[in-house]
Structure formats: structure tokens, C-alpha cells
Design a protein around this ligand. Structure first.
Ligand code: FE2
Length: 263
């Protein structure tokens, strides 16, 4: 599977493209199978209880032993199914095509779990603190998502604005907390930027949102009972990487860097 011309045009025009059914059922099932096999180890260590589902096991571990839950979470990114997908042909093909290079950098993939009891939401942000200024991110829900239950929200075409600086834009969206969305909404309420409205795509498990560095994106809280499991991976270009050009550069470009001047 690869992107067609229409998809590539959409990606450049809007800053992202949605590819339906990008992760197949078989791949999703394998991820859940491996996560469940792994969570059974801490679970069996603390309980003899019978569980109805993987979600139930995860929430139980979260409640009974937050540290072991975090240990499980830390190791999900090293599961072979997760790593394999990040370097699978279809992901690499898309990454290489969009970054226009035969050589790209694979960042560590990750799994994200959002659950109802934790009303975490990630305010909209640009994808800073990466290795290159040119980054392709894959946001792939492993369960169905929509506006009502919570999911991803993006502002199409905002990548054309380049790197925007505003109050606290020199820190991560997570550290800036809830105030960040208000700041972003305020910026886009101004006359000139009013046209950049957020969209909240409805996605089935396995549909991929593939987006570039500067398009504003974030996630809304999960309001449903089931956990919102998401697969996230990124490719960085070998170009526009300060780390390869300046001996004093850090591996990741700092949040407070002048991104518009990175060449
Ligand atoms: Fe992001």
C-alpha cells in the first residue's frame, strides 16, 4: 500500500491526509494480543481475579499499582508488533514519499491509552521537539473514534503559517496544560486566521491520520467507557536536522528554537 497522487496533494494542501484502513485488523489484533500477554504478568502477580477484557485488566492495574501500570506502559513501545509496524513497508513507503527521501529516521513508536477516569486532553500544538524540522507523524486509533466520544482534532492548512510563536509556545502543550487551548483558540479567532477552523474526524480502528510538523493538532478527552488505544509513530527527515550540522545542538530541537530559520 502506498499513497496515490491525490493523497499526496491533500497532505501538502491540508497538512495531513487520512488513509482509511491503514492498519489492518490482523495487525491491530496482534498488538492487543501482545499487550494482553504482557499485562498478564503483573496482573497475575497481584491478583487471582478473572477479568472480562484487556481494558478491565489495564484499569485494574492502574488502580492497584500505578508503578507497575507505568512499567507495562513503558514496555509497550518495545513490543515486537509495535516496532515491526513502525518499520513496515507501508509505513516506510509513505514516510519516504512524503519526506521525499530514500533515507529517513525512525523515531520510537508509542501506544497511548486514554480512559474516562483520566480527563486528559492534549491541547492543539505544532509537532516541536523532534529531530528534524520535517516530521511525519502517524496517529492511528486502535478503536473507533469520533467527535462525541473524543479523538483527534486538527486545523487544516495551518502548516502554511510555519512555526507560530505565542505565550508559552516555548514549552510542550502538556506542560502548558488547559490554558494552551485557550491561547490557540484566541490566535485563531483573529480576523486573518479565522478561516482555520478545527475539524474532528470520525475514524475507524486502523484509519491513519498522517500529518506534518506545523499543522495544529491535539486530542480531546475520551468520554467513552472503553479505553482509547492509539498507535503513534514518527519519521524524521535527515535534512533540516541541527544535530547533524552543529556540534552544540541537542538531539531534539528545543521548543524555544527559531524553527522558521532552520534550514
Ligand atoms: Fe503532537
Amino acid at each position: 500500500m502506498s499513497l496515490n497522487k491525490k493523497d499526496i496533494n491533500k497532505f501538502h494542501e491540508n497538512g495531513f491526509v487520512i488513509i482509511k484502513n491503514f492498519l489492518k485488523k490482523k495487525e491491530i489484533n496482534k498488538i492487543f494480543f501482545q499487550m494482553e500477554e504482557m499485562i498478564d504478568i503483573p496482573i497475575k502477580n497481584i491478583s487471582k481475579k478473572k477479568f472480562k477484557s484487556f481494558d478491565e485488566k489495564y484499569l485494574y492495574l492502574l488502580k492497584k499499582n500505578k508503578i507497575l501500570k507505568s512499567h507495562f506502559y513503558d514496555l509497550t513501545k518495545l513490543l515486537d508488533s509495535i516496532v515491526n509496524i513502525a518499520v513496515s513497508k507501508k509505513f516506510l513507503n509513505v514516510g519516504k514519499k512524503l519526506l521525499k527521501s530514500d533515507t529517513i529516521l525512525v523515531d520510537t513508536p508509542q501506544i497511548r491509552a486514554d480512559h474516562k477516569s483520566d480527563k486528559r486532553f492534549l491541547p492543539q500544538h505544532q509537532e516541536l521537539n523532534q529531530i528534524s524540522k520535517d516530521v511525519i507523524s502517524f496517529w492511528v486509533p486502535l478503536v473507533n473514534v469520533n467527535k462525541k466520544g473524543g479523538g483527534i482534532f486538527l486545523r487544516p492548512k495551518t502548516h502554511h503559517l510555519g512555526h507560530l510563536t505565542f505565550k508559552n509556545s516555548n514549552m510542550s502543550a502538556t506542560s502548558d496544560s488547559r490554558k494552551r487551548q485557550k491561547t490557540v483558540d484566541k490566535i485563531f479567532s483573529k480576523n486573518k486566521l479565522k478561516k482555520y477552523k478545527s475539524i474532528y474526524p470520525s475514524l475507524n480502528a486502523g484509519d491513519a491520520v498522517i500529518f506534518q510538523t506545523f499543522v495544529f493538532h491535539g486530542t480531546t478527552p475520551n468520554k467513552l467507557d472503553r479505553i482509547r488505544w492509539t498507535y503513534i509513530s514518527r519519521f524524521n527527515s535527515i535534512n533540516k536536522t541541527p544535530y547533524l550540522k552543529n556540534a552544540r545542538s541537542t538531539l531534539r530541537i528545543p521548543y524555544d528554537a527559531d524553527y522558521n530559520n532552520i534550514i
